[in-house]
Design a protein around this ligand. Structure first.
Ligand SMILES: [Zn+2]
Length: 287
């Protein structure tokens, strides 16, 4: 019986009638077909740059990042930069294939005459020119290659008695890349698992070295340090201390960001988030 039974007398047949129209079961085909997003190749973000070595004057090509094409993602808590489709860190080292002089791009051209002498004696005179540093065409670096270039750069900065911050920053970037390499290795075979463990172990060591270096740098160097102002470096150190479970130091750095008159509100928000995470971590430890 329909709820409308009784209307027959008006000549209206309502037995089959529904008060509400039944929704069409078939999903309406969306007119807009979801556009398949084409994932760009890493090389689309790269370019070849001509460089002249400030030590041996050899001219060579290096692979660099087209900064205009990059789309930034939210960085990690410890300020590790993130971009869509590319890990730009891999391309931040400039290495002369002729003499072996290597540095982070920002430091490549500047050195004192004493540093030049130290590099000549301790790098160039011993260096075996190796194909691995020769760049003829655009290609994406894998992490093994990128890590190798950073290690060469770290070696150079030790030899030239670079500022502590320069070495710390190199260690930090090495750690970031090795952690990422571990993430990218997804195989479950024994060889891959061994490689993953080695990446993490090495990354942990570089991370700790970077932390020690930055702590020493803030006591001895003038800001900006590696291009970072005091608030940014406090933020970085807080996050690093947190990761290394040095919660008291992390809390101290966070407090200094929160009371800073020059820290941006975004940075203070970040510091507050970190404070919450420390409280959570401490709670977990107590359990
Ligand atoms: Zn050179």
């Amino acid at each position: 019986m329909s709820l409308l039974t009784g209307l027959e007398k008006f000549g209206l047949q309502a037995d089959e009638m529904q008060i509400y129209e039944k929704k069409d079961e078939k999903p309406v085909e969306k007119e807009v077909v979801k556009k398949e997003e084409k994932i760009p190749e890493e090389t689309e973000f790269l370019l070849l740059k001509s460089v002249q070595c400030p030590v041996c004057e050899h001219k060579f090509k290096m692979i660099s990042v087209k900064s205009g094409r990059l789309r930034r993602k939210e960085p990690d808590m410890d300020l590790r930069p993130r971009f869509y489709y590319i890990d730009t860190l891999k391309y931040d080292i400039c290495a002369c294939p002729n003499c072996g002089y290597t540095a982070m791009s920002r430091y490549f051209d500047s050195m004192s005459s004493l540093q030049r002498k130290l590099i000549k004696e301790n790098v160039c005179d011993k260096f075996n020119a190796h194909n691995a540093l020769n760049v003829e065409e655009l290609k994406a670096y894998d992490y093994d290659t990128a890590v190798e270039r950073y290690k060469l750069s770290l070696y150079n900065s030790i030899v030239k008695k670079a500022k502590i911050s320069e070495k710390a920053y190199t260690c930090l970037k090495l750690a970031w890349m090795l952690y990422e390499q571990n993430e990218e290795l997804t195989g479950k075979d024994e060889k891959t698992l061994e490689k993953k463990a080695a990446c993490v172990k090495e990354a942990d060591e570089f991370y700790e070295k970077a932390y020690d270096g930055f702590v020493e740098a803030i006591a001895n160097e003038m800001y900006p340090i590696c291009g970072m102002d005091q608030n940014t470096l406090d933020c970085l150190l807080a996050a690093m201390a947190f990761r290394l479970k040095k919660y008291d130091i992390a809390s101290k750095m966070i407090s200094s960001i929160l009371v800073s008159r020059t820290a941006s509100s975004k940075m203070k928000d970040k510091a507050l988030d970190m404070k919450e995470e420390i409280i959570e971590a401490l709670k977990k430890e107590e359990q």
